[in-house]
Design a protein around this ligand. Structure first.
Ligand code: ADP
Ligand code: ZN
Ligand code: ZN
Length: 827
């Protein structure tokens, strides 16, 4: 009965999205053999153009849609169904669809980003010999030409993927004669999904089946067989085969004999590659919450137990106990039988935090760390998919984690730019988390010591409920931040110095007391700008309120938003001083200079390059935590999320370079950086000092960060945003054109400008550009960009959509154009 009912509704067609730079979906016919097993979210192999590709099923259709332009006879068939159990749950599929839609990103690419890398199968071409080929081979055995060699090879080796085949025959690319062999029906070429997809790892186990101490059974056993049984008894009757061999000092054969006798059982078990398998875990804390923590927790628990969507901004300085509130809310979610998810910035997922969470939640938490091996990541993901882990902690892409019955989403350090993916698909995990919460009726908590202007604005307008932890735990004092005026240092020394005497003395004293220091360099200078050493002013664009960038080649200063250009001045336009100075050279030499001045200090450097070496980075942090290093020198990633009680000095060496980035968020980023960094010092009982070197001590971002006055900073900054028309008052998008040839980049940019103008005939948006991007050349490509602003978010997306689909672009490769909705970095 069930089968006839199903036969009526079985899908005949599948609509799929492909993980390439194409935003449309494609329709394929489902062979009868797949109709029963295919599911929404399943991966399939389909022919696309001349090549088969992996694709994701986004809709199943019993018949072609009415009014479709598809022609039945031209629809191709799905070649292969890769999963019966689709890796994308319906909820996650829905979120990917929203992301694709909102960020104008190809749906298939979003789905690929949503899955752990190991699971994205690729397709390979396989060569094999046919029955006819076999027959032919015997007939012409004596001839020794290359075709015969090829047939012999295939007969001996079985199927070979095309690359291996070419390698074994000794040709560099597919030879013409192979096509001839194929045409003659002697060999076959097919495409299939590559089989090296990451899978669970298996381990051989042995288990005792004989439970009585029956002596009669024992009589007939050899000494080695006895040893097997005794060892198993000593180990809860079950062990890994390898372990048993080792501890009983035997070979595998007595085990096999016992297995044949039915006295033991040998079986396979999934091995979990646990990144924290050997870690020592701290005991879970169980202290009384402070009143402020208690209030925050109550507020979060209310919608959590009622089961509806709610959004909170948890604003609390570092050390105010936010993480503890997250942990308790997650416990509540679990107690409600619901899952939870916690997103953290790329670098804040320290070994320390991971251990704290493991200590609290044990195996219930799956950790998606960007530096896990593929296998480890797959295992953690699979534990969530199977429902074994109800909590997922991870960086950006964890927002797509298959958490079942999601009740709570936490986004820690919500202002952090690493939530934004800087390659296609360009999505923001924080904003995606809010959408996911809405769709799944979950509570979303955004936490930060320095909320993004957008989020604080949303709290002010009532879109988010505002929760505040105003004090540090145990009222530990905040480190005081002191601004060191480098104009004075310059006036005294009469020459530029990297370090002020104050900072050098402080480093020395800190070391003498046996305490630790962190020295923060600014991000590597992307571009130069002009700064006056006498008055500290830099030069900004009259239209856009961003710093003008210096171009050495033609001695001009340029606005990277609106393309305003002027000749670089030779004296300061503010104070007439001639000590104009071009900042932005690299900062590598700063570490060297410290090493030279303090040869006895044990120093480690942490920056993006070092961070890519996972173990070196983790080791430096752990060693520093254990007190085996005296100083960490690094870029802004050092500012985040670590808790080192013995750090009593933080020095910021070149804060001005960050302040002058041609980005309207430069002041906000600098404020965040300094506030975060001040939170690093004085975590312990000893308190701490923060020294900031600057030529611009009067700048509001520095002044207000030094006193940790977030509300005052917000008020000043929001005024700039309103006056100059930046988010949160307008919706913003950027379009980046990039190409190896400058000419080509320019011509694409020009036709894009034309298309944007046409699409914008109603003037719903403001279009700026093309202007050279602040990183005008990157990885061998020339880069030009546009900014699009409007009060209406919809108009921005519509404008871009219309422009990109205009006729001019029919011959443009859209891979040269990146579209970013709500960009967070303007570089
Ligand atoms: P944040 O996430 O805001 O930086 P944490 O939750 O990590 O703050 O708390 C800072 C420190 O204070 C941690 O060592 C934590 O164990 C401790 N802590 C948190 N809440 C309490 C509390 N109510 N009583 C005592 N110690 C606490
Ligand atoms: Zn000046
Ligand atoms: Zn400008």
């Amino acid at each position: 009965m069930a089968s006839t009912a199903q036969a009526v509704t079985l899908p005949k067609y599948a609509q799929v999205a492909v993980p390439v730079h194409l935003s449309k979906t494609f329709t394929y016919r489902l062979p009868a053999s797949m109709q029963r097993d295919v599911r929404l979210g399943s991966r399939v192999v389909v022919p696309l153009g001349r090549k088969p590709v992996t694709a994701y099923v986004v809709a199943l259709l019993p018949a072609l849609r009415e009014g479709t332009s598809l022609i039945e006879s031209e629809i191709k068939e799905v070649e292969q169904l890769l999963d019966r159990d689709p890796p994308l749950t319906p909820q996650v599929l829905e979120v990917t669809r929203w992301v694709a839609d909102y960020y104008l990103a190809p749906w298939g690419e979003v789905m690929r980003a949503a899955l752990p890398t190991g699971i994205n199968a690729s397709v390979e071409e396989v060569v094999s010999i046919t029955a006819e080929g076999q027959a032919q081979r015997s007939a012409v055995r004596s001839q020794s030409n290359v075709k015969t060699r090829a047939l012999n090879l295939l007969a001996a080796a079985g199927d070979l993927d095309l690359k291996t085949f070419c390698l074994r025959i000794g040709v560099s690319r597919t030879p013409k004669w192979l096509r001839e062999l194929e045409a003659d029906g002697l060999v076959e070429r097919v495409h299939r999904a590559r089989s090296t997809v990451t899978r669970a790892r298996k381990r051989k186990m042995v288990r005792l089946k004989l439970h009585s101490k029956d002596g009669a059974e024992h009589q007939s056993l050899t000494r080695a067989q006895h040893a097997v049984i005794e060892t198993l008894r000593a180990h809860q009757e079950e062990m890994a085969v390898g372990d048993l061999i080792e501890s009983a000092g035997i070979s595998e054969s007595p085990m096999r004999t016992l297995s044949k006798k039915g006295m033991v059982e040998i079986f396979e078990e999934d091995v979990r590659r646990d990144p924290l398998a050997d870690a020592k875990l701290p005991a879970p804390d169980d202290f009384q919450l402070t009143p402020a923590q208690g209030q925050a927790l109550d507020a979060i628990e209310q919608p959590l137990t009622e089961g509806g969507f709610a959004a909170f901004l948890l604003h609390g300085i570092t050390g105010s106990g936010k993480t503890e509130v997250y942990i308790r809310s997650m416990r509540t979610a679990l107690a409600q039988g619901r899952g939870a998810m916690m997103l953290v910035p790329e670098i804040a997922l320290t070994p320390i935090l991971s251990r704290r969470l493991r200590a609290n939640f044990g195996d219930q938490v799956a950790i998606f760390h960007s530096s896990l091996s593929k296998g480890e990541r797959f295992d953690e993901w699979a534990r969530a998919r199977r429902g074994e882990a109800q909590i997922v902690i991870g960086t950006r892409s964890a927002v797509f984690a298959p958490v079942e019955n999601l009740g709570l989403v936490i986004v820690d350090e919500e202002h952090d730019t690493s939530y934004r993916q800087q390659e296609s698909p360009f999505y923001n995990a924080r904003d995606t988390a809010l959408i996911r919460g809405q769709k799944e009726n979950a509570v979303v908590v955004l936490g930060s010591a320095t909320p993004s202007l957008e989020s604080f604005h949303n709290a002010q307008t009532g879109k988010y409920q505002y929760l505040h932890l105003a004090n540090r735990i145990a009222n530990r004092p905040l480190a005081s931040a002191e601004l060191i005026d480098m104009r004075d240092v310059f006036a005294q020394a009469k020459r530029p110095a990297t370090f002020s005497d104050q900072l050098l003395t402080a480093i020395q004293q800190t070391h003498a007391r046996g305490e630790q220091a962190i020295i923060l360099l600014n991000r590597r200078g992307y571009s130069s700008f002009i700064l006056c050493r006498s008055c500290g002013e830099s030069i900004t664009c009259p239209n856009c309120d961003v710093t003008l960038t210096y171009h050495r080649s033609d001695r001009t200063i340029v606005c990277h938003y609106c393309n305003h250009r002027q000749i670089a001045p030779s004296v300061c336009p503010v104070c007439d001083s001639k000590y104009i100075y071009y900042v932005g050279e690299g900062t590598e030499q700063i570490e060297e200079e410290i090493r030279k001045r303090f040869p006895s200090l044990r120093i480690a450097r942490i920056d993006r390059d070092a961070a890519s070496r996972r173990h070196a980075f983790e080791k430096a942090l752990l060693d520093f935590g254990k007190g085996e290093l005296d100083m960490l020198v690094g870029t802004q990633m050092l500012a985040k999320g670590h808790d080192f009680p013995n750090v009593t000095l933080v020095g910021v060496v070149s804060v001005d370079a960050g302040l002058a980035l041609p980005d309207f968020r430069a002041a906000e980023r600098t404020f965040q950086l300094i506030t975060q960094v001040a939170g690093r010092a004085g975590r312990g009982a000893r308190g701490g000092r923060v020294l900031i070197q600057t030529y611009h001590p009067g700048h509001y971002a520095l002044r207000l960060a030094a006193t940790q006055d977030y509300p005052a900073f917000y008020n000043e900054e929001i005024r700039h945003r309103r006056n100059h028309g930046y988010p949160p008052f307008v919706a913003l998008a950027s379009m980046l054109v990039h190409h190896r040839e400058l000419r080509r980049a320019q011509s694409i940019a020009l036709s894009l400008r034309k298309a944007l103008n046409e699409a914008n005939s109603n003037r719903a948006c403001r279009v700026l550009g093309p202007a050279p991007a602040p990183l005008a050349r990157l990885r061998g490509e020339h880069r030009l960009h546009f900014l699009i602003k409007s009060r209406s978010r919809r108009s921005v997306r519509q404008l871009i959509d219309t422009a990109l689909n205009a006729g001019e672009f029919s011959d443009t490769d859209l891979r040269s154009v990146n579209v970013e909705i709500d960009p967070v970095s303007m570089m």
